[in-house]
Design a protein around this ligand. Structure first.
Ligand SMILES: Cc1cc2nc3c(=O)[nH]c(=O)nc-3n(C[C@H](O)[C@H](O)[C@H](O)COP(=O)(O)OP(=O)(O)OC[C@H]3O[C@@H](n4cnc5c(N)ncnc54)[C@H](O)[C@@H]3O)c2cc1C
Length: 603
C-alpha cells in the first residue's frame, strides 16, 4: 500500500483519524531509502563503531575526519540543493541516516552539530552570496560548522542573550562581545552561527569564522556522557564580523533559532531511535548468554518483560518518527529544494510533532538504556561493557534541543495558539465533546476491520484529551500558561495520543497489506502500548480535572473521563461496563520471544 497525497495538518491528529494509506511506515521504504540506509550503516560499522574508544578520548583529528568521511559518502548534505553540493533527498532518507548515526551518540551530536544546526541556518536563511560562499565547502566537509546560541546565563531563555554586536562607524563590520557556552564542535569547527544582540537589543544571527580577529574559545568541558564530542565555550572579544555575514535580517535572529530547533528536535528523536535499537540488541544478546540458576536469564519472565517493553516503546517511537517524516515529505512533494520558505513552513507545520518526538524519543531511550544496564546486572555498571556508556550518553537528550520541560510546555501551548489563530479546529472539536456528554451517547462503537476495537478506544481517548484540555482552558482561560503542571500533564496526554495512533495505524496498515499473521506482533505491541497509554492518560486527566473543578462538577467530569478511557459499551447488549484488560503479560512474552529469537529490535 502506498501513501495518498493528502497534506496532513500539524496537530490535526487530536481531532481527526489517520487512514492507513495516509501514513508512511518503515514497511514502505523504497530502494532509494534502503540504499542510503545501507550506506549509513556501512559507514557506522566500518568507520565509527570500531573506533569508539579513540572517539571517546577525543583522539586528535579523528572526529573531523569522520564527519568529512561521511560527507564524502554524501551523508551530510542530504537535504541541501544540488547546486550547493547537496543531494536533495527526502526527509525519510535523512531520518534513516539520523537513526544510523544515533548508534554512536558522540558521533551523532558532532555530525548533527555540523549539518542540522550548523549548516542548515545558512541553507535556509542565507543570501545567495552566503550560500555560494559557504554551502559547497560545508557539504563536502572541507569546512565544519557549529551553532552558538546558549550563554552561561541564558539557556532555555535563549533570547535573553547578553552577547552584543555593534556596527562600525563605516558600516562595514560588526564587533561581537560576549561569551557562548556549551558549543558542540567548537574545537574543530571553521564556521559558527552566532547569535548576538545588535546594540544590545536586536537579536540577530551572524556567520562567524574561527579566524576572524577577536574569536577565541575555552577548554573542553568535562562531561557526563557524549565524551567524544567537543563542547567548549566561545569568547568573543570584539570579534570582527563583516556586515555581509549577518544571517537573515537584523532583529530577526529568533526566527532562525526557533525554526532550526524544529529540525534539531526531530533529528534528536531519530538519533534516540538508533541508540535505543543498539541497546536493545546488546541487552538481548547478553541476556541470551548470561546464565543464572542454570538457565539463560532471557528465560526469566522478569527479563522478558523488560525486553518486550523496550521493543514496544521503541516501536511506538519509530512509528511516530517515520509517520512525521512522511507528513513533511507529502507537504514538500513538488516543491523545489531551493524553495526554502516552503521547506521551513513544512517543518513549522509539524513543530508540535517535532517536540513530541524529541520528548518521547529522549525518554524512551532513557528508559531503554536504563533497562539495558539492569539486564547486564553488575556488568552493566562497568566501563568494560558498552551499556555503561549508552546510559551516560542518553542523559543529555532530555536537556538539549530545548529541555523536555520546555518542549512539554510548548506542546499544548502551540496547539492552543493554532486553535486561537483558526489554523486548527480544536475549539469546535472540544465543543463537540462537551455536547456529546450532555446528549449521553456513551462510548465509541468498536466499528469493523483490523484493530477496530483499538481504533474505537483511541477515538475515545482523544476525546478525553479534548475534554481535559477544554476543562483546563475554561477554568484558567488566558492564565493557563501560568499553570505549568497542568500543561505538562496535558502534554503527556497529547504525546500518548500521537504515539498510540502512530503505532496503531502502522499495524493496521500492515494488516491490510500483508494480512493478520504478518501483523500479529505489531498488533500485540499496539494492544499493550494502548492499554498502558489509556491508564497513563486517565491518571494525568484526573490530576488536571481535580485542579480545575470541585464538587458535582468535578464528579461529572471524572465520570466522563472514565467513560472515555476505561469503559466500553457491549455491542450486543448496548450496556456499558469496565473495559476488560488485555492479557499484557502473554502479549509481552510473545514479543520478547520474537526479539530473543531475532536477537534485536525486529519490527
Ligand atoms: C553537551 C551539550 C552540548 C550542547 N550543545 C549546544 C550547542 O551546540 N549550541 C548551543 O547553543 N547550545 C548547546 N547546548 C546548550 C543546551 O541547549 C542548554 O544546556 C539547554 O538549552 C538548557 O539550558 P540551561 O543548561 O541553561 O538550563 P536552564 O535553562 O537553566 O534550565 C534548568 C532547568 O530549569 C528548567 N526551566 C528553565 N526554564 C523553565 C521554564 N520557563 N519553565 C519551566 N522550567 C524551566 C529546565 O527545563 C531545566 O530543568 C549544549 C549543552 C550541552 C550540555
Amino acid at each position: 500500500m502506498t501513501t495518498t497525497r493528502r497534506k496532513i495538518q500539524g496537530g490535526i491528529f487530536l481531532i481527526e483519524e489517520l487512514a492507513p494509506e495516509e501514513m508512511f511506515t518503515p514497511e514502505d521504504f523504497t530502494d532509494e531509502h534502503l540504499n542510503i540506509l545501507r550506506t549509513a550503516e556501512e559507514f557506522m560499522e566500518r568507520e565509527v563503531l570500531p573506533h569508539v574508544e579513540e572517539i571517546e578520548h577525543q583522539k586528535e583529528g579523528l572526529m573531523p575526519a569522520l564527519v568529512r568521511k561521511a560527507a564524502e559518502l554524501g551523508l551530510v548534505a542530504l537535504e541541501i540543493p544540488e547546486k550547493y553540493g547537496g543531494l536533495e533527498l527526502d526527509k525519510i532518507c535523512s531520518t534513516l541516516v539520523a537513526e544510523q548515526i544515533g548508534r554512536m551518540p558522540s558521533y551523532a551530536v558532532s555530525h548533527g552539530g555540523h549539518t542540522g544546526i550548523g549548516t542548515a541556518p545558512i541553507a535556509y536563511f542565507g543570501t545567495e552570496d552566503q550560500k555560494a560562499r559557504y554551502l559547497p565547502r560545508l557539504a563536502t566537509g572541507e569546512r565544519l560548522a557549529a551553532y552558538a546560541l546558549t550563554e552561561a546565563s541564558s539557556g532555555s531563555d535563549a533570547l535573553a542573550a547578553k552577547t552584543k554586536a555593534t556596527l562600525s562607524a563605516d558600516g562595514k563590520h560588526y564587533a561581537l562581545h560576549g561569551e557562548k557556552m556549551w558549543i558542540t564542535n567548537a574545537a574543530f569547527a571553521d564556521v559558527f552561527i552566532v547569535f548576538a544582540k545588535v546594540d544590545g537589543k536586536k537579536f540577530t544571527a551572524f556567520i562567524v569564522e574561527k579566524d576572524f580577529p577577536g574569536f577565541g574559545m575555552g577548554a573542553e568541558e568535562k562531561k557526563m556522557g557524549i565524551k567524544g564530542s567537543s563542547t567548549r565555550a566561545l569568547h568573543l572579544d570584539g570579534c570582527r564580523v563583516p556586515a555581509e555575514n549577518v544571517l537573515g535580517e537584523v532583529g530577526h535572529g529568533h526566527k532562525i533559532a526557533f525554526n532550526i530547533l524544529n529540525f534539531g528536535r526531530f533529528n534528536l528523536g531519530a538519533y534516540c531511535m538508533g541508540g535505543s535499537k543498539m541497546a536493545i540488541q546488546d541487552a538481548i544478546r547478553y541476556a541470551k548468554q548470561r546464565q543464572q540458576f542454570g538457565q539463560p536469564i532471557c528465560e526469566f519472565g522478569a527479563i522478558q518483560h523488560k525486553i518486550a517493553e523496550m521493543v514496544i516503546r521503541a516501536y511506538a517511537g519509530e512509528s511516530m518518527v517515520y509517520r512525521t517524516a512522511g507528513h513533511v515529505d507529502e507537504r514538500l512533494r513538488g516543491v523545489a529544494r531551493d524553495n526554502t520558505d516552503e521547506i521551513l513552513k513544512a517543518m513549522e507545520e509539524f513543530a508540535i510533532e517535532c517536540s513530541i518526538i524529541k520528548v518521547y524519543g529522549s525518554e524512551m531511550s532513557g528508559y531503554v538504556v536504563d533497562e539495558a544496564v539492569q539486564i547486564y546486572g553488575g556488568y552493566g555498571y562497568s566501563q568494560d561493557y558498552p551499556v555503561e556508556r549508552y546510559y551516560r550518553d542518553a542523559r543529555i537528550n532530555r536537556i538539549f534541543e530545548g529541555t523536555n520541560e520546555i518542549n512539554r510546555l510548548l506542546i499544548p501551548g502551540m496547539l492552543l495558539k493554532r486553535a486561537m489563530k483558526g489554523q486548527l479546529p480544536l475549539l469546535q472539536a472540544t465543543q463537540r465533546v462537551f455536547d456529546e456528554l450532555l446528549s449521553f451517547p456513551g462510548e465509541e462503537q468498536a466499528g469493523h476491520g483490523p484493530l477496530a476495537e483499538e481504533r474505537g478506544l483511541l477515538r475515545a481517548a482523544k476525546k478525553a484529551v479534548l475534554l481535559t484540555a477544554g476543562a483546563a482552558s475554561q477554568r484558567y482561560r488566558d492564565q493557563l500558561a501560568d499553570q505549568q503542571e497542568i500543561l505538562l500533564y496535558l502534554a503527556d496526554m497529547v504525546m500518548d495520543a500521537y504515539a498510540a495512533e502512530s503505532a496503531l495505524v502502522r499495524a493496521w496498515k500492515l494488516h491490510e497489506s500483508r494480512g493478520e499473521k504478518e501483523a500479529e506482533l505489531q498488533t500485540a505491541a499496539v494492544r499493550v502500548f494502548l492499554q498502558d497509554a489509556l491508564d497513563r492518560m486517565e491518571r494525568a486527566g484526573k490530576q488536571v480535572l481535580a485542579a480545575c473543578a470541585s464538587g458535582d462538577s468535578l464528579r461529572t467530569q471524572l465520570a466522563a473521563l472514565r467513560r472515555f478511557l476505561s469503559s466500553r459499551r457491549d455491542p450486543q447488549t448496548g450496556l456499558s461496563g469496565k473495559l476488560t484488560p488485555v492479557d499484557s503479560i502473554a502479549l509481552r512474552r510473545q514479543i520478547a520471544r520474537a526479539a530473543i529469537q531475532a536477537e534485536r529490535y525486529f519490527f
